[in-house]
Structures are given as C-alpha cells and as structure tokens.
Design a protein around this ligand. Structure first.
Ligand SMILES: [Fe+2]
Ligand SMILES: [Fe+2]
Length: 493
C-alpha cells in the first residue's frame, strides 16, 4: 500500500474514533439527564424532542469543527489515536467535573479554566485557545438543551456562564503561558478571578441594587471556581502525563532534578558518565537558549542521552579506572558494545515510560557516525574492515534538540580529552565536529539551519572555555619548619 493510501486510511480511522467519542459524549450527557431526574427523565426527553435534537446536532458540529481544525492545521496530530483520545478524555473529565460543581454547588463554582489549563500544559497554547472556545460552546449547549438547569431563574446564568468559560479559559492560557512552577499555576487561578468577577458584575448589574447579597454569593462562588480550576489542574496533570506519556514543564522539572531515580542510579553505577552528562546538559541548555529551542527539554534529553551505558558501565572510558576490557577483545566486539549504548538507552527509557522525545535523543545522539578508534584498530590488525560494522546504527537526529545534544556531546568529550584547551583550539575542535557531521549527512533529517549551527558553534566555544578554563598554577612554597625552629631556639638562648 502506498504511503498516501496509508495516510488516508489512518485519517478515516481517526474520523471513526471521533465518531465513537461523539457517542461517548452523548452517553455522558444522557447519564446526566437521568441523574437530574431519575423518575421523569424519559418524560423530559419525550416533551423536549426538539431540544434533544438540537443537542445532538450541536455536539456533532462542535466535534466536527475539532476534526477539521486538526485536518487543516495539524494532520500529523490527527494520525495518532493517542492524541485524539487525549483530547476527548480531557473534554469528558472537564465536562463531568463542571457538571458536578454546577449541579451540586453553584453554576458559577464550575472550574471552567481547568480544561484550557490542562490542554495548555499537555499540548500547547494554540490548541488550548481553540479547544477552550469549543469547550465553552459544548458546556453551553449541554446547559441549554438538557434538564441540567431547566429552570427559568437559572436560564440567564447559563448565558453568563458561556461568557465566563470563554473569559476564564482564555485569560488562564495567557497568564499561565510561561508558568514553570506549581505555585505560579495556583497564582494563575487567583489572577483569573479578576476578569471573571467583572463578567459576573456586568451580568448582575440590573439586580445589584435590590439583591446585593445575591451578587456577593455569586462572586464568592466564582472565586471558588477559579481557584479550583488551578488546584484541579495540578491534581489531574500527573494522571494525564502518565496515561498519555506527555511531557509538561512540571515533569521536565522532575526529570532534571538530581534526585530523579534514573540519575541517582547513573551517578552510583557510572559516575564518569554521570559527570559527562551533567556538562553536556549544561552545554545543550545554553545552545538551546541561543537558537530559541526548549532549554529545559534540551537539558533533560542530555541528562539521559547515555543511560544505555548502564548496561556495561566499565566498557566506557569515562568510567574506567585502570583496567580496560577493550585491550582483551577484538575491535569488532568493542565497536559492537560501544554502539549498542544508543539502542540500549532507547529501550531502557521506553521501558521506564520516559517521554518519547528523550528516548529518541538517546537513540539518535550518535546518528550513523563511525567509531573511528576501533575501525582504525581493526584496519591495523587485519588490514581490512567494513566501515558499516564500526558505525552507530542510527537513526540520524530527527529534531533540533537531538542535533544539539549530538554536537554538545562530541564537543565535551573532545575538549575533555585535549591537552590544549585554549579558545582557539576549542574553536577549531567545535568547527571540525560540526563540519564532519555535516559531511556525513547527520543533519539531513532535522530542520536545523546553517545559521543555527554557527550560533551553536560560537555558544559552545564560549561555554567550554568557561568550563575548562585554565587554573593559575600555585607556586610550590616549601616551608622549612626545622630551620625556623632552630632559629627561634637560638634567639631564646
Ligand atoms: Fe553516547
Ligand atoms: Fe555522551
């Protein structure tokens, strides 16, 4: 089957999943209607047939809009079933939570912004803004066409809650865009109370003079709803992170903490590799900042790039103390052990349910480069060797982050080994590393530009000169204590 036909088939498949999710949503709404009126729900459906039909069609259109948004904006996103399931799980959970709070506490106590915040951290800002609009409409049509709030006095509040969900969600996305700590996320919840209270005030203006108590209670419930949104986001994020293996700023923080279990193990079992990874992480982070890539992600990926060495730590120079196994085995076997650390690292990270991109960087960080040392050794011994048997298995870097880690890794190792670490020498080394990888087509599948490679080179030179700076040699002063003691004794005499 051609690639085009395969893609089309997968697109139709994801359309089918959308349809299933649509029926899933209808089932949830149906359950709500039963809970609202256990004895009379069938009467409500019979007497309000047009409302029910409007609900079916409106939800269908809203889900259809989501499908076509991704179809035209990000088709590759649609092709992965896990992505579609993530979106609908978020919608289901948020609708159910909003229903519980709205039904049993107050319409304004609903944590509207929770959905937008979850999408922001698990996907991105653009999708959070778009999906928040759809979510606001979805809640609105559920409120309007079911028996959730089929009381005349509440009807006005349904319209104001549409505005509230727009405003709370959108402001939350803007305010939490740069949030990196849990405390800052809680603060976002507090901040979105301001626009929310303004909306409540606008809708309550006609009654405020006669019934100000009603306004105060509505405002109180709204503050509760806003704070709840950030608290519930914090509670649900780890669940979705684990279930869908998504990477969020909070998870990145945890992964780059030196208390992370895998890093503790690396430090214990392969201390040389651990120290090397720390420096590569520092370099990769600086390079990522310089070219506008995700610095936290670069740092995390670099921390874990060599975890495959945990399988046989003593086979790698940085962990050896005297004894070298490679002196006793054939160069072919040596090369095989060395090159397998990329695959081992990938398998290990996937098994440990680490984010896919971090596992990918571990597999790609040597691309298909040859292991020159053992290749030359083999040539020396047998006069002939196949370069393929002495090359890493790839794939070559697929992302800019993988390319950054590849260059930083090589630059760190080369400067550590060099006797001369003057800026001129470091500059020559970095230039040679980048040029060699370009010649061997290692950057052909990631969209890194020439300008970015030049920026990475100068960033590395600056950073490495700082790390491996020359220390001032301390003069060896010898204190002759005995002589001094003799002199003092003489004085005393
Ligand atoms: Fe490596
Ligand atoms: Fe490395």
């Amino acid at each position: 089957m051609s690639e085009f036909a395969k893609k089309n088939r997968r697109l139709i498949q994801s359309g089918g999943i959308f349809l299933l999710c649509y029926f899933g949503m209808l089932f949830i709404v149906f359950l709500m209607m039963i809970i609202n009126d256990v004895h009379g729900w069938h009467l409500y459906i019979r007497n309000n047939f047009s409302s029910i039909l409007s609900l079916l069609v409106s939800v269908f259109f809203l889900f259809g809009i989501i499908y076509f948004y991704y179809f035209f904006e990000d088709r590759s996103f649609l092709l992965k079933t896990r992505n579609v399931l993530l979106i609908f799980s978020l919608i289901y959970v948020s609708v159910i939570i909003c229903y519980i709070f709205g039904r049993f506490i107050h319409l304004y106590a609903r944590p509207f912004a929770m959905f937008a915040l979850l999408v922001l951290f698990l996907l991105n800002r653009r999708q959070a803004l778009f999906l928040n609009f759809i979510f606001a409409f979805l809640l609105f049509v559920i409120d309007l066409f079911t028996n959730n709030y089929a009381v005349a006095s509440v009807n006005d509040e349904i319209y104001s809650s549409l505005m509230l969900s727009f405003v709370s969600g959108t402001f939350a996305v803007f305010l939490a865009g740069e949030t990196k700590t849990r405390g800052a996320l809680l603060l976002t919840g507090v901040m979105i109370t301001i626009p929310s209270l303004i909306v409540v005030l606008l809708f309550k203006i006609p009654e405020i003079a006669t019934d100000w108590i009603d306004y105060v209670s509505a405002a109180g419930f709204r503050v509760l709803g806003c704070v709840l949104a950030s608290v519930l986001t914090l509670a649900f994020l780890p669940v979705f992170e684990t279930l869908f293996n998504r990477l969020t700023v909070f998870r990145l923080r945890e992964l780059t903490s030196t208390n992370a279990p895998l890093l503790v193990r690396l430090n214990k079992e392969a201390p040389g590799t651990f120290n090397h990874s720390l420096i590569v992480a520092q370099l990769a982070e600086t390079c990522a900042v310089a070219i506008g890539e995700n610095a936290e992600l670069a740092r995390a990926a670099a921390y874990y790039h060599d975890v495959g060495k945990l399988r046989q730590p003593d086979c790698f120079t940085e962990n050896q103390t005297g004894y070298n196994l490679h002196d006793e085995i054939t160069p072919e076997l040596s090369a095989d052990i060395i090159r397998s650390h990329t695959r081992d690292g990938y398998d290990f990270l996937v098994q440990s349910r680490m984010p896919q991109i971090i596992a990918d960087v571990a597999r790609e960080h040597h691309g298909t480069l040859p292991i020159k040392y053992f290749y030359n050794k083999a040539i020396k011994y047998s006069g002939d060797a196949d370069l393929k048997d002495f090359s890493y298995l790839g794939p070559i870097p697929q992302t800019k982050i993988a390319a950054i880690v590849m260059i930083s890794d090589a630059a760190e190792a080369a400067t550590r080994a060099a006797a001369d670490r003057s800026p001129e020498k470091v500059e020559r080394t970095c230039r040679a590393i980048i040029e060699e990888r370009m010649d061997l087509g290692q950057f052909d599948e990631c969209d890194i530009t020439m300008r970015e490679l030049t920026v990475i080179k100068s960033t590395l030179v600056e950073a490495l000169s700082g790390i491996h700076h020359h220390r001032v040699e301390y003069p060896a002063i010898r204190f002759n204590r005995e002589k001094k003691a003799v002199k003092t004794e003489k004085k005393e005499e």
